[in-house]
Design a protein around this ligand. Structure first.
Ligand code: ATP
Ligand code: MG
Length: 356
């Protein structure tokens, strides 16, 4: 089959980690006989420098004409003095809205080989950890009405948290579908004891659950969920939650794995379209030094094969290759420990490609 991929290398280490991912995808294409057709486009700081806009219309058009988008990272010190609405990071919000990416999937996977990187006690995570946070990405307080007004206590600012039933329903469906392919357990996280929008959330999730009688549904308040995440994270399999709670909870979950350089993510639209990117940012401090860990982006590429192209065997081949080089003792600087074999960005890509 022939698949069209829009590539957004972006800024900082973005181009380096995307290049290694393409290397790995090309190996997959040789081995399994697929054709990946890449179109490289600009977004973020490099787009500001080249065109004046962080998200040029051409980028949006090419992404829409592709089957999937693979993104490195955007942002960097050079653009930090720009006003908030002109920053490179705005490109991400723009892409989510323009491409209708309402579901953000962030697996937190603790590789057995990296267990020593986990900040929790070994007995808590014994046997590894494998959970996924399904975060609503285009609604809630980040996109609700914002403004200023005068109050009894003087000038004030506000942001509105609002969810339509349909927004909750479609994200819940993504979570339950995923649970069916995993361990048939969903934990919905909200703050239904104080928020009206959370009470609606809880009611709609319960309605969706009726269509999945095999899946067990739990509800947790966000404050309890953040606590449980470090107390006993193995109780979780699929977590579904709102935009803001998911932002916080998925960062917390990622820290349990101890290595930001290992974590992939997917942002999905209706149908199979998706944008895939590492959880980490542009890491300008290590850019162009062959130090970045490309595995988060390579694993994002695996998610792209699985979720958008339906190529599970190929996705598993990439994941197995990553595990293999870790088991062989290779480590990029972010996960290096004494006695291991230090490698750079390019060597990591070469080794993973070879392992496939
Ligand atoms: P953003 O706002 O884009 O999330 P950030 O500054 O919060 O950016 P990162 O860019 O992810 O965070 O970087 C945080 C730290 O983690 C940096 O010191 C960076 O060097 C390190 N880091 C991030 N990604 C990687 C990677 N792939 N490999 C190695 N180190 C990384
Ligand atoms: Mg950050």
């Amino acid at each position: 089959m022939n698949y069209k991929i829009a590539l957004i290398p972006g800024d900082g280490i973005g181009p380096e980690v995307v290049a290694e991912t393409v290397k790995v995808l090309e190996k997959v294409s040789q081995k399994y006989g697929h054709t990946f057709e890449y179109t490289e486009v600009l977004a973020g700081g490099c787009a500001i420098d080249a065109t004046g806009a962080c998200l040029p219309q051409e980028t949006i058009d090419i992404c829409k004409a592709s089957d999937a988008v693979l993104l490195g990272a955007v942002g960097g010190w050079q653009w930090d003095t720009l006003p908030g609405d002109q920053r490179p990071e705005r490109a991400l919000l723009g892409l989510r809205k323009e491409l209708g990416l309402f579901a953000n999937l962030r697996p937190a996977l603790l590789f057995d080989e990296l267990a020593d990187a986990c900040p929790l006690k070994p007995e808590i995570v014994e046997g590894g950890l494998d959970l996924v946070v399904v975060r609503e990405l285009t609604g809630g307080i980040y996109f609700g009405e914002k403004g200023f007004k005068d109050t009894d206590l003087g000038p004030a600012a506000y942001d509105v948290e609002q969810y339509a039933e349909e927004e909750v329903r479609r994200i819940a469906v993504v979570a339950f579908d995923m649970a069916m392919k995993r361990n048939k357990k969903v934990t919905s996280v909200d703050k239904a004891n104080v928020l009206e929008s959370s009470r609606l959330w809880r009611r709609v999730v319960a309605e969706v659950a009726k269509d999945y009688p095999e899946v067990a549904l739990d509800n947790l308040y966000i404050d309890n969920a953040t606590m449980q995440m470090v107390r006993y994270p193995k109780q979780f399999d699929v977590i579904v939650t709102s935009n803001i709670f998911g932002d916080i909870l998925s960062d917390e979950a990622s820290m349990i794995t101890g290595s930001i350089g290992m974590l992939p993510s997917a942002s999905l639209a209706k149908g199979n379209f998706g944008m895939y990117e590492p959880v980490h940012g542009s890491a300008p401090d290590i850019a162009k030094q062959n130090k970045a860990n490309p595995m988060a982006t390579i694993l994002s590429g695996a998610m792209m094969l699985r979720y958008t192209f339906g190529l599970s065997e190929e996705a598993e081949a990439i994941e197995a290759a990553v595990k293999q080089i870790l088991a062989e003792g290779y480590r990029t600087p972010d996960i290096y420990t004494d006695g291991k074999k230090a490698i750079g960005t390019k060597e990591a890509g070469d080794l993973i490609a070879a392992a496939i």
